[in-house]
Write a protein that binds this ligand. Sequence first.
Ligand SMILES: *Cc1c(COP(=O)(O)O)cnc(C)c1O
Length: 393
Amino acid sequence: MSLSASLHPPTRVLMGPGPSGAHPRVLRAMTAPLLGHLDPEFLRVMDGCRAMLRQVLRTTNEVTLATPGTGTSGMEAAVMNLVEPGDGVVVAVSGYFGDRIAQMAERAGGGVTRVSAPWGSPVDADAVEVAIRAAGNVRVVAAVHAETSTGVRQPIEPLASAAKAAGALLVVDCVTSLGGIAVEADRWGADVVYSGTQKCLSAPPGAAPITLSPAAWEKVRARETPCNSWYLDLQLLEAYWDERRTYHHTAPISMVYALHEALSLVLEEGLEQRWARHARNGAALQSGLEAMGLVLHADAAHRLPVLTTVRVPEGVNEAQVRGALLERHGVEIGGGLGELRGKVWRVGLMGESSIPGNVLLFLAVFGRVLREQGFKADVREALGAAAARLDQP
Ligand SMILES: *Cc1c(COP(=O)(O)O)cnc(C)c1O
């Protein structure tokens, strides 16, 4: 290959845990002419993002912006700014991403208590309440709304009540939920909500929406020691996003265009309609997989429509199945993370990837590959069950 070889990525059907397929309008927005990061026209784009983010996050919080970087930058901004050395922090951990929050909180100097649940169930709010009381000096409680490693939806409101009762602030990871299932920052009583662009918002990875309640902002501003991250210091970031427009970093211009277009698409579709679309396609996929004879890993009462974990049947090679799907059918799905490594597949139906055609395509090719592996997948039953579910509202 010559050094100047051109780039030819193949077209894939992205049904893994992210990135999801981006809408052509989002990709087109990224090819718009670059502007300077302080050009009044670009500042208007930023203001548009801020206003639309408030709508999509369902919040009136003044401090609402997007950090430069993938979803993890939103997580790091939330934790590094909110947690001060010595603060008690209780983290609900029922998967890989909850544990990542806990690790960050430890690096921020927090005294961290993990409240764990088996990978496949949500964390019990009563257990969180007990842990808050036992730990003392708890200033921050954190949880993952949609745990992408397990496919589980964590109920947030009971955690918000537990946090509030103890005078602590609640941080919620909505990286995989925003734009796919209901996220209601203000109604929940969440103090910090962050997300990412590459899951249900269907833009490329590269920005992380984040919003802070007045109480969370007060804690950030009252810090005795500066935030350990300069790049993700929310006080510096806010000074660029608000009317002060103080230079902090060169905004990732094209990524902000992408976010703007992706948010416009979400609002054009309508949040409720978008949640209903994800719910329907997710339910159809899950009906189809069960009709095929497979076992879903997450608790039935807490399954996410946007990310489904499927147990690998006895005798089937998990990685070979994923490889065959990608190489022969152009379909990407994910393998298990952490303690579910080798035990489950993770199938995403996020944003633009959440369409009926992908549900039926996936069931057909997945069943075929499983049959080659000796698992008697009933593809006809699977397609029938999924199609029946897709016909319902
Ligand atoms: C994907 C994901 C992240 C991390 O986002 P990146 O874009 O990979 O940095 C954090 N939390 C959850 C729940 C996720 O699904």
